[in-house]
Design a protein around this ligand. Sequence first.
Ligand code: NAD
Length: 314
Amino acid sequence: SSGQKIGIVGSGLIGRAWAMLFVSAGYRVQMYDILESQLATAQQELQKELHSLEERGALRGQLRAAEQLALIGFTQRLEELVVNAVHIQECVPEQLELKKSLYSQLDGLLGDDTVVASSTSTFMPSLYSEGLSRRQQMLVAHPLNPPYFIPLVEIVPAPWTTAEAVERTRLLMLSLGQRPVTLKREIEGFATNRIQYAILNEVWRLVGSGILSVADVDRVLSQGLGLRYALLGSLETAHLNAPGGVADYFQRFGGEISAVSATYGPTPNTRAEAGTLAEIARQCEELVPLEALGQRRATRDAFLTQLAKLKKQF
Ligand code: NAD
């Protein structure tokens, strides 16, 4: 419940986003980083960001920006971070060796009552927690960027993670207003990236074979499928798309689905297909030049705020 202490390891983009989510629900947050300069930057960015959200009427939670900021502290000592923390959210760069050495450091410091969740997008929890004595308290809680506006969190247990640690993390995420899904067991790519990569592979093939331009293939999602998927998942979409619901849908279209799927061809090797990559990059940069990416991200985030408000009513 609010008032409890949360520790955040790594004060970069994702660490700061988690800090904002936790203080919006009234938790006390302490942030740890190996770089003092990063902690100083985080402090400045958090001030700017929370006040700007407040001015735009987009601040989450019941507390004012100043009250939320007062809940955030900083430390450069990991031993200090773990004291009385009910939950530690790890947000260090995506390098397995770095994560492994951090987790073995944490292993020697943790008490019985602290759960440690990694924000990792790619590493299954067994990869960095195997062999540790506190491994049953470790799991993945993977957010999507920007977490302040996208509520999904994927909770992924290692084979040895306790059911209690999973349930505590799930309830914690709900208390922030996030929308967790819990995988029964770990799997490469978790759920989000498995689905995202299936889409990326097909988009790559369609552009690579010259059937659609980058702008048009993205339009298929942004002006088509994505509008449905902003409200419903693909199975409920199917359920609504046949008179007799989803069973009827797969009876009617199952043959077609299998026939089309058989024509996909092999998984593209996106690093080796240099020609396709250069073409995709050229067209993307024509649409959004590299120097305009920051502006485009800011616009996306501003509209996501509006979309999040609308979705709450659905
Ligand atoms: P980042 O580079 O912005 O921040 C990483 C921070 O960790 C830096 O402040 C760095 O100084 C600090 N750090 C490095 N080594 C450390 C150590 N040993 N101890 C403590 N702090 C250390 O990275 P990010 O984009 O915030 O990503 C963090 C994690 O979140 C990664 O695992 C990434 O996969 C995951 N993630 C990122 C995104 C995204 O879109 N950026 C989305 C979802 C998940």
